[in-house]
Design a protein around this ligand. Sequence first.
Ligand code: HEC
Ligand code: HEC
Ligand code: HEC
Length: 383
Amino acid sequence: MKPILIALAAVLASAMGAALLYAWLGIYNVGAIDGHWAITRWFLHFGLRNSIETHAIGIDAPPLDDPSLFHKGLSHYQGACAPCHGTPGETRSPVADRMLPVPPHLASTVATWKPRELFWIVKNGLKYTGMPAWIAQNRDDEVWAVVAFLRQLPDLSEAEYRDFSRPPGQDGERDLETSARLIALAGTAGEQLVACARCHGLSGEGGGGGAFPRLAGQKEAYLYRTLRDYASGARPSGLMQPVAAALSEEETRRLAAFYAGADFAPDATGTDLSTDDAAKAEPDLGENIALNGIPERGVPPCTTCHGADASSGGDDFAYPTLDGQFPAYLSLQLRLWRDGRRGGGAFAEIMTAAARGLSDADIQAVSAYYAARPPGGARSAGP
Ligand code: HEC
Ligand code: HEC
Ligand code: HEC
């Protein structure tokens, strides 16, 4: 028995020695040009798939049919994933073609994964492949939005994809004129403004069924501060953090000023109330919460800070206006506050406390109440 053990230990030690020597001499080619051997490729994928399947066990997918999830997912995919994974009808960047492993064309692979597995991949990224993890690890709702989009990706034609990835409200000639005017107005932040328009619309009117909040008419101080909060990660969002972090101080100021004073085209002002939330909401309940709060549950009246006189609180506090905002966006933010996941700057605690006592029905009702009010209240009330 003993000699066998000694022989085994010797074999093991020399194998380790050989491996060390191999690594030390630098014979192995780590370049990405030569691919793996077929057997290595098979083994790596075998391990990858099993790891993902095991780690995704126990993750429950929420309902993914809300169109705002699809729009949010698509917009992020277009900016953050398409350079590596390509879009329907368009190839990925030639740079990504030189990666090892080469990022797959997702349209042909997503159907092989369950939604919970896609969620796990997008949230965690994949080691040794270049596939990044989600920036805002506490925003599972955003990761699910990407999954909602990925599930529909195989069925999208090239034309449909292009159509869906156009900025909200864009229609040909008129919009070219509008964008030229906007770029002139925003001065040096013009280039960034075009990037924002992809999601928030040409004049900051928002859209995507409430995936993208209305910015037009919001208070300047709030816009500025919230962009800084995104940039630093204090307000977590996998969609907004990279965008906001790329802005200089000066560009942030200009964009905040621009959107605060933006005039949106009249045909783009009607907030789409036809969401589930609005349909289920009780009208009187919403108004009652806004005006009186729910004292027995510690919910303060919202109007104290988000009142018709939107300047109450002063510019330093910069209470955002909620009037005319999309109900789906308001509900999402209120749920994030309630769960302690919205983050934010110095004033975040105020809202975390205010939202703690709200039920789902309360959130629906008060969101529908504010959504139905005419937008731009902050602007007409003046700073
Ligand atoms: C820097 C390039 C890069 C970016 C950006 C990137 N990925 Fe990947 N992705 C990869 C690579 C490389 C793989 C691994 C391929 C492999 O191992 O076969 C991968 C794998 C995946 C897979 C598993 C696919 C399969 O069938 O094996 C999914 C799903 C995926 N990525 C989704 C996304 C999404 C969604 C985004 C954007 C949020 C994204 N990726 C951003 C490079 C990238
Ligand atoms: C890929 C889509 C996308 C792009 C591009 C984008 N945004 Fe956003 N933006 C979003 C989403 C989604 C949210 C809501 C995020 C959340 O849940 O916190 C948001 C939120 C915001 C908010 C917070 C609004 C509020 O009421 O609190 C501001 C301000 C904002 N974006 C400004 C900008 C600016 C300025 C740009 C361009 C530099 C831009 N965004 C580009 C998707 C986008
Ligand atoms: C004491 C003042 C105060 C009260 C009362 C208050 N809020 Fe707020 N609210 C704020 C502040 C401050 C912010 C911005 C926080 C930040 O910048 O992160 C905010 C943000 C919000 C937002 C996010 C807006 C956006 O554009 O992202 C929503 C939604 C909201 N409040 C709804 C409500 C509702 C509904 C009520 C009543 C139940 C309420 N608030 C009561 C101070 C208040």
